[in-house]
Design a protein around this ligand. Structure first.
Ligand SMILES: [Zn+2]
Length: 504
């Protein structure tokens, strides 16, 4: 608190109150108090500590899964604490994401890395085609929403009393604060009121997420609160509202309890016309479904969790919800099948979007300059893009032929990776066989890519038989690791893979 007084007064008061004299802003339980939290400067120490933490990971050879875990777990301590107290400025989120993006693509230091997939996609859930990395702004909103969760429950303690004392607000009035976002009061309070705006088109996520579970109906506006259904009655029956003699009444005042049965009691300014009577009947039908129980408190419930309590996890799920194509969801589920090692699955994920460093992609990004250098490392014939490398190259063609002969199946290879993967298991109706064949796809991709890299970096010759052996061995190892109890040997696998899967 800044107090303008005569010299020495502050010191004397501090002494009398047994506290320390200090300047603003100061830290309380690690949270900066008294500063303007919308200013980037206030967040600088946080960024520094974030960077410092990362430095301790420098030089570690982390797998992609390790890096994703690191990205999400770094949010666990101080940052989460601060994000649940304040809305972080855009600039700070931008700086944090810049560091996080670099980590994801393999850099823990200052060096620049190619970001192969857009950050927006990376932050999507896995079944929506992303990697499940947390979106900081949405996470921030979800955490801040907790304050509303406490406020509507009326269990907020002293701070809530201060808020109510200053801004009013009993019953459902908090909903108006959120709904029209009047943005009055302190910076913090204004941020809290703006949460409902959301991010990326999920405006109204808070007001739509809380629903009144009616008890005795005291303080719940009959006409204006959404206590039966998704809209308030004044909006559904505007004519009846105009004619009602109880415009200001709460639910409790609109009826009576007769020996345990609730009777609604509506009165009108004049006799209703026939069409108005029909509307009244409809209204009666709607409200009869709701039981008013005297002595039972009304409460707000968070509709996204089973117990009606607000939680950050459910809020984040609402905020991060993406429109997804059913078909796509199925495909991405297959991509992240736990039988496939994560690094291989992630590689497949990138292949399906053509986001791997093929020579064609390196040329597009200006890393390879010569047109000639775009040629496939394995056959030195055509341009090396993912569909060539894994489907149309002579090496890939030979391997696919060997695999289909080994399994005794016929498959149609499309020109591109995505549709090929999409229709990969079409030869069978059995899910476990489809999954087995997905393993072959992944083993193929990984084996060809490794061979390609060895040829480029170690000048190693390509031996087709050896590559085929590797595909067989890799798929065997993955399936055995997932199902250790199923009884078949490598020799069985090499002779008849489908009958091995029948046993599994
Ligand atoms: Zn080739």
């Amino acid at each position: 608190m800044e107090i303008r007084t005569e010299e020495g007064w502050k010191e004397r008061m501090a002494c009398r109150l047994c506290c320390k004299e200090a300047d603003l802003p100061f830290k309380y339980l690690g949270i900066p108090v008294g500063g303007n939290h919308r200013k980037l400067a206030l967040w600088k120490p946080l960024l520094e500590s974030f960077k410092k933490k990362l430095a301790s990971w420098k030089g570690q050879n982390l797998s992609l899964r390790g890096r994703i875990t690191l990205l999400n777990s770094m949010l666990s301590s101080l940052l989460v604490y601060l994000m649940s107290a304040f809305k972080i400025p855009k600039g700070t989120i931008h700086s944090l994401d810049k560091i996080r993006r670099n980590i994801l693509w393999g850099g823990l230091g200052e060096e620049k890395k190619i970001k192969w997939v857009s950050w927006e996609r990376v932050c999507r859930k896995k079944e929506c085609g992303g990697l499940g990395v947390k979106d900081l702004r949405k996470f921030n909103l979800g955490l801040m929403g907790k304050w509303w969760g406490r406020l509507v429950k009326g269990e907020e303690g002293l701070w809530g009393k201060v808020i109510r004392g200053k801004y009013g607000g009993n019953g459902g009035q908090w909903m108006d604060w959120v709904r029209d976002g009047r943005r009055v009061g302190s910076l913090w309070w204004r941020d809290l009121q703006s949460l409902n705006v959301g991010e990326d088109g999920n405006e109204g996520w808070l007001t739509e997420g809380f629903r009144m579970k009616i008890g005795e109906g005291k303080g719940v506006s009959f006409w204006w609160d959404e206590w039966c259904g998704e809209n308030c009655l004044a909006n559904i029956y505007p004519r009846l509202y105009v004619l009602s003699t109880g415009k200001e009444k709460d639910c409790q005042q609109m009826g009576e309890d007769h020996n345990g049965t609730w009777k609604w009691n509506m009165t009108w300014r004049r006799a209703l016309f026939q069409w108005e009577e029909e509307a009244e009947k409809e209204l009666q039908k709607t409200i009869e479904k709701v039981k008013i129980s005297p002595g039972c408190a009304d409460r707000w419930e968070w509709i996204h969790s089973a117990d009606g309590q607000y939680s950050t996890t459910t809020a984040y799920a609402v905020l991060a919800k993406q429109r997804k194509e059913d078909d796509e969801e199925k495909i991405f589920k297959r991509v992240w099948n736990p039988t496939i090692p994560t690094k291989v699955a992630a590689f497949n994920w990138r292949v399906l979007m053509d986001r791997i460093p093929t020579r064609s992609n390196l040329f597009k990004r200006g890393i390879i300059k010569e047109v000639e250098e775009r040629k496939c490392a394995l056959c030195m014939g055509e341009e090396e893009d993912s569909s060539h490398l894994f489907l149309n190259c002579s090496v890939a063609k030979w391997l696919w032929k060997a695999c289909t002969k080994w399994w005794g199946v016929k498959i149609v290879l499309q020109k591109e990776c995505w549709p090929t993967f999409q229709h990969l298991g079409a030869w069978t109706k059995k899910t476990y066989k489809k999954e087995g064949w997905d393993c072959i796809w992944n083993a193929m991709l990984w084996t060809v890519w490794m061979a390609r890299n060895k040829k480029i970096f170690d000048n190693a010759e390509v031996n087709l038989i050896k590559l085929f052996d590797l595909i067989q061995l890799r798929s065997f190892t993955w399936i055995k690791a997932r199902k250790p109890k199923c009884y078949f040997h490598l020799s069985d696998w090499l002779i008849n893979p489908t009958s091995c899967l029948d046993k599994a």
